[in-house]
Design a protein around this ligand. Structure first.
Ligand code: SAH
Ligand code: SF4
Ligand code: F3S
Length: 470
């Protein structure tokens, strides 16, 4: 396999130099410290990227605002996974035309997965002329240079070359939370599931070096972070491109050995690469949370083949059985697509049977959305939308029943939970997470925020648990 290109320390230093140059420029603007607005769509990978964009912006002398109207730089970090996600972004970008008219100095940037789609970039080029900067995920590390260019020269910038991608270490980061943190361990995807846009917009799979990952986690643990999620589109293929190959199970063990009281989570896992070795590592590592998000997408083998998932339903179920044998209280979640081209209602019912056998704690359900450029978008899709919707509703109804039953089984138990936030429901003081990442609304002293505490579960519904601090 090809070795991953690392952005050199000299190249990174140059970007930080651009940050300093922008900071000098922005210090002379009237009106005090300039503000930036960063809006994030999509998955945790995008959240993690936005924390690096904020890191760069902070180095460029910017503070942050939640109000786009106050911002001198507006960044929309976008998602292309489904058409609906893109429509939302076009709505927001369209509205910014007025902002730009009122305050022509405002820089409007569109980045992330959508920006990497040639059709989207073209549309922005011609119909959204108030957008100054468009760049894809592979160009994020050059953000300071691009901003500097916009501030010192006229014109718009499009940095959307179709790159396999590289790895940049040392990008500054401003994290959004003090308890939970994201750590990307790899970027890109090689799987080319036929419905999915990600491999086209995020480039090829590439792994960060273990020493860089471990240093980041060590620092987070020292700073008191309690919940650390290792991120990648398919973490189970971590390490295949490293000079000295290391697999994900070995990485988990190494992260687990870092001193401190914190939980380790990870996502996402691809079933074809989820091994017995991984399950054994999960069982052995006391910091690894007893939860696995293992998307199966569809329960029918013909559909799984058409999706290019490279596993059968039985292989999937076999892995779940092996995992449950090792970790009986494992919390399982999954993703499902309803209405893949050509999926009949009979084939869809195989998906229901997987739910009945596995009994997931939670399920993320999606209606198939054709993504231009992917093979599935070209496939015959004769099933009427109403029938797809009716199947979708059957799926969510079944999952709701299962989630409700699984949650009800917690009532009366005392569970050690991480107090991770203030409750937006006034009847409760805190939100918390079980080790398996179930949401708990808790009555109790808010000074427990950030601590692992015993919670007596007193109630439940299909979405969450309710309880009180012991
Ligand atoms: N890398 C992850 C998935 C990332 S995308 C994995 O392989 O599991 C998150 C979820 O979005 C996918 O699991 C899938 O269920 C859904 N999804 C992806 N493309 C989609 C599409 N074109 N239409 C509907 N749902 C889609
Ligand atoms: Fe998309 Fe499949 Fe890659 Fe997940 S594994 S990101 S679904 S192509
Ligand atoms: Fe969306 Fe890109 Fe994530 S397409 S789901 S933001 S990898």
């Amino acid at each position: 396999m090809e070795r991953t290109t690392l952005i050199s320390p000299a190249q990174m230093e140059q970007q930080l130099e651009y940050c300093r140059a922008v900071a000098q420029l922005s210090a002379q603007w009237p009106g005090g410290k300039p503000l930036a607005f960063v809006d994030t769509y999509g998955c945790q990978q995008n959240e993690a990227d936005s924390e690096r964009i904020r890191g760069y912006l902070a180095q460029m002398g910017f503070g942050f605002t939640a109000d786009a109207e106050q911002a001198r730089i507006i960044v929309l970090n976008t998602c292309a996974i489904r058409e609906h996600a893109e429509q939302r972004v076009f709505g927001s970008v369209g509205a910014l035309v007025h902002t730009k008219r009122r305050r022509p100095d405002t820089l409007i940037c569109l980045c992330g997965c959508m920006a990497q789609r040639p059709q989207v970039a073209q549309k922005i080029r011609t119909s959204y002329r108030h957008v100054d900067l468009v760049f894809g995920p592979q160009a994020l590390w050059k953000f300071p240079e691009m901003i500097h260019g916009l501030l010192t020269q006229r014109g718009r910038t499009f940095s959307i070359a179709d790159e396999a991608g590289s790895i940049a270490e040392g990008i500054p980061v401003v994290r959004q939370d003090r308890i939970k943190a994201w750590v990307s361990i790899m970027y890109g995807c090689n799987n080319f599931c036929t419905y999915c846009i990600v491999p086209y917009v995020r480039g090829r799979e590439r792994s960060r070096r273990p020493e860089d990952i471990l240093a980041e986690v060590r620092q987070l643990a020292e700073e008191g972070y309690k919940d650390i999620t290792l991120l990648g589109q398919n973490v189970n293929s971590y390490g295949k491109d490293l000079a000295e190959p290391m697999d994900f199970a070995d990485l988990l063990e190494a992260v687990n050995a870092i001193p401190g009281e914190f939980l380790i989570r990870f996502m996402t896992s691809h079933p074809k690469d989820a091994t017995q070795k991984l399950f054994a590592a999960m069982a052995r590592c006391e910091k690894v949370a007893p939860v696995l998000h293992l998307p199966f997408q569809a329960g029918n083998d013909r559909i799984l083949r058409a999706m290019n998932r490279r596993h059968t339903r039985e292989q999937y179920l076999e892995k779940i059985r092996a995992l449950k044998a090792l970790i009986p209280d494992i919390v399982l979640t999954s993703d499902v697509i309803v209405g893949f081209p050509g999926e009949t209602t009979e084939e869809f019912e195989d998906t229901l049977r997987v739910l009945e056998e596995v009994r997931f704690d939670a399920l993320f359900t999606f209606l198939f959305s054709p993504r231009p450029g992917t093979p599935a978008a070209e496939m015959d899709d004769p099933m009427p939308r109403e029938e797809k919707l009716s199947n979708f509703n059957r799926l969510t109804a079944l999952q709701d029943t299962i989630s409700e039953e699984k949650h009800a089984a917690y009532i009366g138990k005392t569970v050690r939970c991480l107090m991770d936030g203030h409750s937006d429901d006034a009847r409760y003081d805190l939100t918390a997470r079980t080790p398996g990442n179930r949401l708990v609304r808790v009555v109790g002293d808010v000074s427990a925020l950030g601590q692992f505490r015993d919670v007596k579960i007193t109630g439940a519904n299909k979405w969450s648990l309710f309880g009180e601090l012991v």
